[in-house]
Design a protein around this ligand. Structure first.
Ligand code: SF4
Ligand code: SF4
Ligand code: FES
Length: 280
């Protein structure tokens, strides 16, 4: 998504030999999408400043020594970009292998598809490969933190911190392989600064953060997105008028998201809009 801004000069960029025109300041990823290219992304979030953490979106820029992360590198006039070159594909394959061997990607949308597309074999490091496996943290009725699925993309930290919520309830703790997203002193969420807006859940790309409803339904085998419908409506609590997207399965609301292209909320909500649907 390119945010609405004052008019900007347009520049021409070549994506796989095809010229596309994008506003100055657009990223290579914006240009790739304008050209209809499907560049995989994991740590990129359309409502957040690119973090450059996962490197699954790398592309080859003619004349550049290193591969460029498409999600954060700005497109420049005359740039020639290759989205599916051997070098870019090999790099994505290794990233997917490293992630897939250490993290549970079972609820990451499209992870299985990309693993197959890039010929990635996460099992090639052997059964003894280190993983981030750990029990899910179920310490409140609203949402669950399952860090065995966390790719450390920091999107939740940015959403909770200076980019949206300004609550700073979660941050990175530990170093190296022991780095993990944590509350202060690793306290239960109920003892932390968290205000349960769920804005971290909204941006998590892997399902490491999920609604308690989704977590419980997955555990009992009843979660079925193909049977869910989505209805976007207006929150009925206060007068701001935030948009809510209700996800309904078997006539019950199973989770609430918010449209990212809404210019006021940009996908963010407060605790009432996100979790206060029990009365419906
Ligand atoms: S629910 Fe809101 S306040 Fe709590 S950790 Fe997530 S973003 Fe921060
Ligand atoms: S919990 Fe989700 S959003 Fe947060 S760092 Fe892990 S994968 Fe990213
Ligand atoms: S999506 Fe670009 S670095 Fe992660």
């Amino acid at each position: 998504m390119i945010p609405l801004q004052p008019p900007r000069r347009l520049i021409d960029v070549q994506i796989d030999g095809e010229t596309v025109r994008v506003p100055e300041g657009a990223t290579i990823l914006d240009a790739c999408r304008a050209a209809g290219k499907d560049v995989p992304t994991l740590c990129y979030g359309d409502t957040l400043t690119p973090k450059n953490a996962c490197r699954v979106c790398v592309v080859e820029v003619e004349g550049a020594r290193t591969l460029a992360p498409a999600c954060s590198r700005k497109a420049e006039a005359g740039m020639k970009v290759g989205t599916g070159t051997e070098r870019a594909r090999h790099s994505r394959k290794v990233v997917l292998e490293l992630l897939g061997s250490s993290v549970d990607l079972s609820t990451t949308p499209r992870a299985a598809e990309w693993t197959a597309e890039y010929g990635a074999d996460p099992a090639r490091f052997g059964a003894d490969a280190a993983t981030v496996a750990q029990p899910a943290k179920v310490d409140n009725d609203l949402y669950v933190r399952d860090y065995s699925k966390c790719i450390l993309c920091y999107k939740c930290v940015d959403a909770c911190g200076d980019q949206w919520q300004n609550t700073f309830a979660i941050a990175v703790a530990g170093r190296g392989f022991d780095a993990t997203i944590s509350t202060e002193f690793d306290a239960p969420l109920t003892d932390s600064a968290c205000v349960y807006c769920g804005n971290c859940v909204e941006v998590c790309p892997t399902g490491a953060l999920s609604f308690r409803t989704e977590f419980d339904m997955r555990a009992e085998g009843t979660w079925d997105e193909s049977r869910q419908s989505e209805t976007t409506t207006v929150c009925s609590y206060c007068g701001v008028g935030c948009n809510l997207t209700l996800h309904v399965q078997d006539n019950k609301i199973v989770k609430v998201t918010s449209p990212h292209d809404n210019p006021v909320t940009k996908g963010n909500l407060c605790v009432k809009g996100r979790f206060g649907y029990g009365y419906v």
